[in-house]
Design a protein around this ligand. Sequence first.
Ligand code: NZQ
Ligand code: ZN
Length: 384
Amino acid sequence: MQNFVYHNPVKVLFGRGQISNLGGEIPAQAKVLLTYGGGSIKANGVYAQVRAALAGRAVVEFGGIQPNPRYETLMQAVEIVRKEGVEFLLAVGGGSVLDGTKFISAATHFDGDPWDILARQAPIARAVPLGAVLTLPATGSEMNFFAVVTRGETQEKLAFGNPLVYPRFSVLDPETTLTLPARQIANGVVDAFVHVLEQYLTYPAEAPLQDRLAEAILLTLIEEGPKTLADPADYTARANLMWCATMALNGVIAAGVPQDWATHMIGHEITALHGLDHAQTLAVVLPGTMIARQDTKREKILQFAARVWGIREGTPETRIVAAVEKTREFFESLGVPTRLSDYGVSADTIPVIVGRMEKRGMTAFGERGDVTPAKVREILALCV
Ligand code: NZQ
Ligand code: ZN
């Protein structure tokens, strides 16, 4: 097992009715900026619950944070935070609202061009404290310190991470997810599933506990995802799905093991250029990754095949192909297509993506640093 430091300070308030307790988590005198997206929280009553929990406090609002949150929009919120002297940010929504709010938190006191936080991983010295009310289980943003932001002008989708933007607390009430369209539930299952695989489908690291934890999350997603889609009123399935998505990317299964993240990096380019949902890009790229990189991922793919899909018969080659097919079938069964052509994207995009990544210096990534431009091309050729 590799050395690691593990410190996750996020306080989680999980379950029905927990929104009513968030007032106790925010300093009483702090001026709060409540951030949200396109209005789903107003339609489903979450906004009313949050406002009730903040009764008597100084609250400013900023709505309109888009899915794949836009830098241009977030900078408008930064202006408000500076002008109004906001001291606490409360993000209410899905991963996009949470990520956008983390960026607002980091950019407010940044000395220089805030785009550098994303483009150059410029260090930040200070961040506005933030909390979250999550309404969409998927990204794990509620319990990690990452954020992904898109710049419309240049069609770039870039990430940053800094412990200063860990939420102080996150409210996870599965009832807030009852109004999610099937597409977003399916996206959430796929995103969480691929988060686990980015930290598991690498090479053995003498970390059997992390492996078993990762497999437990995958198996639970395989059970609870379809249950949630089949019966939208099933609170228990939703609660389990929500906790799976959080556990998939809060650092627990990453401790002491190698990590990949190439599928995500390639996927971000596809969203930036073609507007696919984040999870849709992962469903497309993951099968290509597994096939094109099977030589270096062999042992873990075979373990995944056996322990997650029960595939134990046949040669290593046929077991790997069967595991890829099972995974593809799972995504498709949720209603998430797994080929670029299903989304109207042709092979013409491949040289564009390879060129953009190369220009940004992303020429050797993945758990072994061996995902080169040639490898990205090979992966994407399998995704058409
Ligand atoms: O904007 P509103 O009106 O709120 O509607 C949203 C949005 O249209 C809607 N929605 C959310 N909760 C709802 C709801 N509709 C009805 N009922 C509810 N309870 O769902 C739509 C999608 O929301 P979004 O926040 O964009 O989805 P998601 O949570 O999947 O977040 C995706 C973003 O997170 C990033 C992705 O790249 C993408 O930008 N990621 C963040 C990560 C992180 N911070 O660690 C890791 C991930 O790999 C990912 O990259
Ligand atoms: Zn993801």
